[in-house]
Design a protein around this ligand. Structure first.
Ligand SMILES: [Zn+2]
Ligand SMILES: [Zn+2]
Length: 363
C-alpha cells in the first residue's frame, strides 16, 4: 500500500458501507442552533436588565462564549451544505451562525471549503498554514519570537488562542477579497461589516460594562474553544504531498455531551474524508476507517492533543519533523515518531541557522 492515498481512494472504499440517508441534508441540526439562540437571548436579557454581581456576569459571559463557539461549529456544518441545500438559505443560516465570530459565509466557503479542504497541509496552498518559511526569513518579529525560550513561547501561543480565530479571519479577508468577482465584492464586504457594526452599535446601546460581558469576553472564550479544536486538527500531523486525510488530520475524542454541543466537530479526519455528509454520521465513518486502516488512523483524547501541542514546536523541518530552531531539538510528527504518551526529541547537536528554511506553520 502506498505511503499516501487520495481522499477519493478512501471515500470509494467506505461509501458503499454507509447508509443512503447519510448523504442527505439533515435540517433537524438547526434545532440545536435554535436552543443556543434561546440561551444567548436569555443571557443578553439577564446582563442587560438585572443588576447581577460580577461573578454571575462572568458566568453568563462564559456560557455565551460557549454558545458562540457551538454556533460556529454549526455554521461550519451549514456552509458545507449538509443541513440545507438551497444556497441562499445555506448562506443566510451560515451568516447567522458565524455572526458572533464576525466571519461572512462567502469568505468562509472560499477560505475553508475551497482552499483548506482542497489543499490540507500543503505547505504553500493551505491557508491555515498561517506563516510561511519566508516569514521566518524576512519577518524580524517572528524571528525574534523564536529566540524566546520555548516554554514562554508555548505559553504565549496557548493564551493567544483566545484571539487567533478573529485575527486569522481578518487576515483571510485581506487575502481572499481580491479573488472574488468584482460584482460579488460588495456582498462579501457587507458580510464583514454588518456583524461588526451590530456589535459596535450594541456597545453604544447597552454601555461598555455590559458589552464586555455579552460580546468581548464571550468572543475571547469562543475563540479559545474553536481554536483549541482547530489547532489539534492538523498541527501534530506532517506536511504532505498528497491530500491524505488519514496522514494529515487528527480526530480527538471528547465526552459524548461535548460532542453533542459541539456538533461532532471532534471527528476531523472523518470530516475531511466526507465534508459533504452530516457530522451526525461521522461515528459510522470512524468505525469503517478503524476496521480498514487502524495503523494509519490518528486519534487521541482532546486534552492529550493539547498537551502534545504545548510540548512541541510549531515549525516544520523537512515535512515530517517539528523543530525548535533555537535549541535545534527535532520532534517527530504523527505517523513519524511522535508518541503523545512520551514526547521526546533528538538533538543533532546544533541550533538551526534561520537560513535553513524550516517550514513555519504558526507561532
Ligand atoms: Zn481541517
Ligand atoms: Zn470543514
Amino acid at each position: 500500500m502506498k505511503e499516501y492515498q487520495s481522499l477519493s481512494w478512501y471515500a470509494a472504499r467506505i461509501k458503499p458501507h454507509l447508509p443512503k440517508e447519510a448523504f442527505k441534508p439533515v435540517p433537524s441540526r438547526l434545532l440545536g442552533g435554535l436552543a443556543f439562540l434561546v440561551v444567548i437571548v436569555a443571557g443578553f436579557l439577564a446582563v442587560g436588565l438585572l443588576e447581577l454581581n460580577l461573578w454571575l456576569n462572568l458566568l453568563i459571559a462564559f456560557v455565551l462564549g460557549a454558545c458562540y463557539a457551538s454556533l460556529g461549529f454549526l455554521g461550519h456544518e451549514i456552509l458545507h451544505g449538509t443541513v440545507v441545500r438551497k444556497p441562499w438559505l445555506r448562506d443566510l443560516l451560515g451568516a447567522i451562525s458565524f455572526w458572533p465570530l464576525c466571519t461572512g459565509p462567502s469568505l468562509w466557503r472560499k477560505w475553508h471549503n475551497m482552499n483548506h479542504h482542497v489543499h490540507t497541509q500543503d505547505e504553500h496552498k493551505d491557508p491555515d498554514a498561517w506563516i510561511t518559511a519566508e516569514h521566518l526569513e524576512k519577518n524580524k518579529l517572528v524571528r525574534l519570537m523564536y529566540r524566546i525560550p520555548f516554554f514562554i513561547r508555548a505559553t504565549f501561543s496557548l493564551f493567544s488562542l483566545a484571539m487567533t480565530f478573529t485575527v486569522h479571519s481578518s487576515r483571510m479577508f485581506k487575502v481572499y477579497i481580491k479573488d472574488f468577482d468584482p460584482r460579488n465584492r460588495p456582498k462579501v464586504w457587507l458580510q464583514l461589516i454588518l456583524p461588526w457594526a451590530s456589535w459596535i452599535g450594541l456597545l453604544f446601546w447597552i454601555g461598555f460594562t455590559n458589552w464586555i460581558f455579552v460580546f468581548l469576553l464571550p468572543l475571547l472564550i469562543a475563540n479559545f474553544i474553536v481554536m483549541s479544536y482547530i489547532s489539534t486538527n492538523h498541527r501534530l500531523n506532517p506536511l504532505v504531498p498528497v491530500n491524505d486525510p488519514l496522514a494529515n488530520s487528527l480526530s480527538v475524542t471528547v465526552p459524548k455531551w461535548v460532542d453533542a454541543i459541539h456538533f461532532n466537530f471532534s471527528y476531523h479526519t472523518e470530516h475531511h474524508l466526507f465534508p459533504s455528509i452530516s457530522p451526525k454520521y461521522y461515528p459510522l465513518v470512524k468505525e469503517q476507517i478503524k476496521q480498514r486502516w487502524p495503523e494509519r488512523y490518528h486519534e487521541m483524547p482532546f486534552l492529550q492533543a493539547m498537551i502534545a501541542l504545548f510540548k512541541t514546536p510549531r515549525l516544520y523541518y523537512q515535512q515530517n519533523e517539528l523543530v525548535d530552531p533555537r535549541a535545534g531539538n527535532r520532534y517527530g510528527s504523527l505517523g513519524h515518531g511522535l508518541d503523545p504518551n512520551n514526547i521526546s526529541y533528538q538533538n543533532p547537536g546544533e541550533a538551526l541557522p534561520t537560513s535553513e528554511k524550516p517550514k513555519n506553520k504558526d507561532v
